[in-house]
Design a protein around this ligand. Sequence first.
Ligand code: SF4
Length: 380
Amino acid sequence: MQQLSRKSRKIEVGSLRLGGDESVVVQSMCATRTADVDRTVAQIHQLARAGAGIVRVAVDNDKEVAALREIRAQTRGVALAVDLQENYPLAERIAPHVDKFRYNPGHLHHREKSKSVADKVRWLVEIAREHGLAIRIGVNCGSVAPEFVARYPGDQLGAMVESALYHCSLMDDLGFARFVVSLKDSDPAKVIEANRRFAAKRPDVPLHLGVTEAGLPPGGVIKTRIAFEKLLAAGIGDTIRVSLTVPNERKHEEVEAGHRIIADVAAGRFVSVPDFGSGLNIISCPSCSRVENERFVELAEQVRELTAYAARHRITIAVMGCRVNGPGETDDADLGLWCGPTTVNLKRGEQKLGYFPYDEVLDRLKIELDRLITERSAVQ
Ligand code: SF4
């Protein structure tokens, strides 16, 4: 495959190298419950067989830390990464069993409130150094650190990029170079812009590309392709993840889609893509171990079918799998749903409308969608 010209430095993630003139690494994330060792190990092998260079798992509690030790023992040879969301203090205990961890700068303030962000990052870097790990600074548009949101009012992208740059400067001050950055959103246009801005300022830092909650295939692949084509062709991006809402046994499709996009870009094959700025836009997350009810994927499919009649209306509906990220990640949608163990939460913009049993939420969604269409038609 033709190498894309990239300027980032090389770093090691376990025995894998990424950045610089290395091939773009495709990665993915398990959607099984991490505590279910057998299913998680099987999914890691499924993803690795499909060509994933790095596989990520979510770890949120003690039971999952214990499971991780066993998972690692059964998946030697695959670079493992752990996603630390709000529970970053778990880093110390997961470190012996992984090659890389991701922290979200927007979630560091939730714990140990008296400790500064710089001190928390220093602690994370010490752990990474001690265990020979790489770090991902993973910034998400839906959870930018409050101090950056306050500093850049009305400029989400500015807040994201500056937050990432600040964390890079913390790494620089600590003399730690083994890190990558990601700037993700569900809108491909924002992903393109944020990564371009960041890469212009820090071309030396390897970038992990992703469009969050891209949704069901084939639309989810197209959305992701829109962003990746533009960035990879410009030499931006060292590792990628395609996030799709698919059942567990089809998770390998994320990896296959990633490899197809890289190969097409390298060969100069670009597709013409629809304009997501017009018409109905349904986003849904790729699911992970945080999903508490497996009806989530079916729900996302039902939402797409139910709302097909509104295809020409410029409305965004977000369907998220869990209560951890669902409330924040749906903020920018016109209508948002996120799944709990027995009910689905529904909101319109930032206004919560309540929670509904799985077999009742679609009726209420339709009422809200019709109301929105009527209101918008009236002002046109
Ligand atoms: S929204 Fe929740 S379930 Fe979906 S990928 Fe994100 S953390 Fe996992």
